[in-house]
Design a protein around this ligand. Structure first.
Ligand SMILES: Nc1nc2c(ncn2[C@@H]2O[C@H](COP(=O)(O)OP(=O)(O)OP(=O)(O)O)[C@@H](O)[C@H]2O)c(=O)[nH]1
Ligand SMILES: [Mg+2]
Length: 314
């Protein structure tokens, strides 16, 4: 059952690996998973805490199927939503054949920051859990090479890394080497997903994520963190065209006018940017209708978490 016949008639044994991608918020985990898979499966923004749930991206390299789990950034959580996100990240490690820790090399070489403290905390936690990881020093396009040597030595001294890769997830430098290394580590076993599947999230959730990315990019301060997006309807028009309805939940009445913008301009821009990308992703023109819903306390509602693929953590 584990074999398939190649085009040239040779039999290949199937191999697979589950790889958890973890790291501090904004380290570039989602950018890296997208680069490893070769298409966008997870949204990316300049803001911390963009990814909220575990999202799997899948790549096939010859006989090996690599299943990457992108996770929310790990930090010291306070709010309920933060706790659920951080718990989801650590759960991403369960059953993983390899752990990739993504570190923002530029941040590590700068002055101490939230990012460097979070990375330190994660390394401490890996030690406590007696886990080994593959270290990815990301964003090397932003740093001078000689400066990396000390960082590599310091990280090596931690004693938790099996291998170190220097790369730029954004421009793709070094991504192939990492992928080949991980493919070589795959062990004999059945593929968990059909050969052409690239991610495990539903079209409805992917569509909601794309709109949430636009919300994150256009709105600032606490608003992105106090909002969420859900796809409420997925139908066809009479002409057979894709028609998607979504609700943007915000937690305060005062947020509604900010999301709408002057004369509805902000919401319109979010909708246009999202519709354009959705049409590309789904390979057909999409009609998108957005509604803003003020729902105080949505961050306490189990249903909202379920829609995002999260569990509430007390
Ligand atoms: N210059 C540079 N920027 C990068 C690189 N990789 C990611 N970025 C940028 O870093 C920011 C964060 O990237 P994400 O992929 O969303 O980071 P993340 O670790 O998934 O963040 P969270 O989901 O919030 O934890 C974005 O603005 C990316 O474009 C890189 O190799 N070089
Ligand atoms: Mg992310």
């Amino acid at each position: 059952m584990l074999q398939r016949i190649r085009d040239d008639g040779l039999q290949m044994t199937k191999r697979s690996a589950f790889i958890a991608v973890i790291g501090a918020p904004n380290a570039g985990k989602s950018t890296l998973v997208n680069a490893l898979v070769g298409v966008k499966v997870s949204i990316v923004t300049q803001k911390v805490q963009t990814t909220r749930a575990r999202i799997r991206g899948i790549a096939v390299i010859d006989d090996a199927q690599l299943v990457f789990t992108d996770t929310p950034g790990i930090f010291s959580p306070r709010r309920r939503l933060d706790r659920a996100m951080v718990a989801a990240a650590w759960e991403g490690l369960e059953g993983a054949d390899a752990i990739v820790l993504v570190v923002d090399a530029a941040a590590e070489l700068g002055s101490p920051s939230k990012s460097t403290a979070d990375t330190e905390m994660i390394i401490g936690e890996l030690k406590r859990r007696e886990k080994k990881a593959v270290l990815v020093l990301n964003k090397i396009d932003k740093v001078a090479r000689p400066n990396l040597l000390k960082l590599i030595a310091d990280m090596g001294a931690e004693g938790v890394f099996e291998e170190t890769f220097l790369l730029s997830a954004e421009n793709g430098d070094g991504v192939k080497d990492l992928r080949a290394y991980l493919a070589a580590r795959a062990t004999e076993g059945p593929w968990m997903y059909p050969e052409d599947q690239l991610s495990d999230i539903s079209d409805r959730l992917m569509a909601a994520e794309v709109t949430r990315e636009k919300v994150f990019k256009r709105l600032h301060q606490e608003l992105p963190y106090e909002s969420t997006v859900e796809t409420t309807s997925w139908t066809r028009t009479k002409k057979g065209e894709l028609r998607i309805e979504q609700t943007i939940y915000v937690s305060r009445e005062g947020h509604r006018p900010i999301v709408l913008g002057k004369g509805g301009q902000t919401l319109k821009a979010i909708g246009e940017a999202s519709r354009k990308e959705l049409s590309e992703i789904f390979g057909e023109p999409a009609h998108l209708f957005l509604t803003v819903n003020v729902r105080e306390g949505w961050t306490e509602e189990a249903a909202r978490y379920r829609e995002m693929g999260l569990d509430i953590v007390d």
